[in-house]
Design a protein around this ligand. Structure first.
Ligand SMILES: Nc1ncnc2c1ncn2[C@@H]1O[C@H](COP(=O)(O)OP(=O)(O)OP(=O)(O)O)[C@@H](O)[C@H]1O
Length: 258
């Protein structure tokens, strides 16, 4: 795995476009067309969530943003090489402790030992894993493994944070807790987020904007702006306005399935 060196001086500013998809289409060599005519922009300070039927090309879109996948139509421009990626699976190295797992990206990025130790300690603290630095992945719960994965990406202080259904395998309470922690990190760091989920409530709670995609080939069928203040009050989940937005997104999803 090669990771591009990150220039510490190269920072983006609030509101700056981080990734812009224009008329993106993707047909795999197998002939499967995953995406068609997707226009989407994520700016710093925005948290954009994508929901859509299984197989509609959400992961493909994220991989294109990360430069891990090509595309066959349109353009995708990213304005930063500070890109964090968190997958559904925490993808930890089983023989490395939490601290050594969290240091991994900084290590591959060539950060000197003292700096990466400092970055790892700060990230571990931010995700609430202080005290577990020496634990091995098999000694952690699913939520703690996901926090470790999050911390590993945080060491690079990403401008653009890509999340591929990171909390899908967790129980509801752990998921809600991690949603709150992610929102806190978002408020503190102000990165741009592009997040995939199958949970409509999670999408509305986390986002400044929800994108609904059709079945394959994935196209954008609805864009829903979420007006709630940041940092977000967890109680907002129980308001009528929240329920209305969940209803609107669910309705669009149902139409997308039809
Ligand atoms: N490397 C590949 N080669 C060929 N086809 C692929 C490849 N990766 C994905 N696909 C196909 O592209 C389509 C979109 O896949 P993708 O994983 O992007 O969907 P998704 O919306 O993320 O699905 P899910 O919600 O189930 O995770 C699917 O039909 C999938 O089989």
């Amino acid at each position: 795995m090669t990771i591009p060196a990150v220039d510490p001086a190269a920072r983006t500013t609030p509101g700056e476009t981080l990734v812009e998809f224009r008329d993106i289409g993707m047909t795999y060599e197998t002939g499967t067309t995953a995406l068609e005519g997707v226009d989407l922009t994520v700016r710093r300070g925005e948290f954009v969530t994508v929901v859509g039927p299984s197989g509609c090309g959400k992961s493909t879109l994220l991989r294109i943003a990360a430069g891990l996948e090509s595309h066959t139509d349109g353009t995708c421009e990213t304005s930063t090489d500070r890109v964090g990626f968190v997958f559904q699976d925490a993808t930890l190295l089983p023989w490395r402790s939490v601290r050594r797992n969290v240091e991994l990206l900084a290590e591959l990025n060539g950060l000197p030992a003292a700096e990466r130790a400092e970055a790892a300690a700060e990230a571990i603290d931010l995700v609430g894993l202080a005290g577990f630095e020496s634990s091995l992945p098999r000694q952690l719960s699913g939520g703690m493994r996901m926090r470790t994965s999050l911390a590993r990406s945080l060491t690079l202080d990403p401008d653009l944070f890509l999340f591929d259904e990171p909390f899908g395998a967790l129980d509801e309470i752990t998921r809600q807790r991690l949603n709150d922690e992610l929102l806190r990190l978002f408020a503190e760091r102000g990165f741009g987020g592009l997040f995939i989920t199958h949970s409509v409530a999670e999408a509305v709670y986390l986002s400044t904007r929800v994108i609904v995609m059709s079945g394959r080939p994935g196209r954008i069928v609805d864009v829903v702006d979420v007006p709630f203040d940041l940092p977000r009050d967890p109680e907002v989940r129980y308001t009528a306005e929240f329920g209305e937005l969940v209803g609107r997104v669910s309705h669009s999803l149902k139409e997308a399935h039809a």
